[in-house]
Design a protein around this ligand. Sequence first.
Ligand code: GAR
Length: 190
Amino acid sequence: MSKVAIFASGSGSNAENIVKYLKERSKSVDFHFFTNNSNAYVNERALKLDVGITLFSREAFYQSDKIIRLLKQEEFDLIVLAGFLWLIPENLVEAFKGRIINIHPALLPKYGGKGMYGKKIHEAIVANHEDETGITIHFVDANYDEGKIIQQVSCEVLPSDTADDVEAKVHALEYEHYPKVIAQLLDLLE
Ligand code: GAR
């Protein structure tokens, strides 16, 4: 049995997709969600999916070792960031070295770094008339969007695409590829 912690700050559509994908394939995986946002839709998704969710404060995350202790106590194999917007503190990166992954909705190193997330990225892609974008799945280190890249997949951006169109294309890539990478990593880790 593998244990996966999924951190999400917003809607949680990736979190839901990962749980459904892995459960459908009858992988023996246990999930738990973590969020910093009590208003985020990921809280409803957790209820619907019957997955536990832990809400934590900025203070607990940055000024204490509460979250690290919890993650260690529960023996999580993998920590998956899925639209989680806070920087991972160095002590957490150290405690789970090589076991924290993130998905970024662009082709890093382009459109990465602090303040570059979600819709803002897709708006910048359109404003800059980029002809391609995509996703980057990478290991997490203590800097935003800089860890070792595991996989990148690109898609075309048409001159007529709006930020919503780009977001839909990128989400489709995320839903297809992120769960597969997680499944592969879990097999490697078992
Ligand atoms: C996803 O597109 C994810 O790649 C992005 O936020 C979205 C969350 O959607 N993450 C970042 O921008 C991190 N820098 P979701 O909550 O519906 O899964």
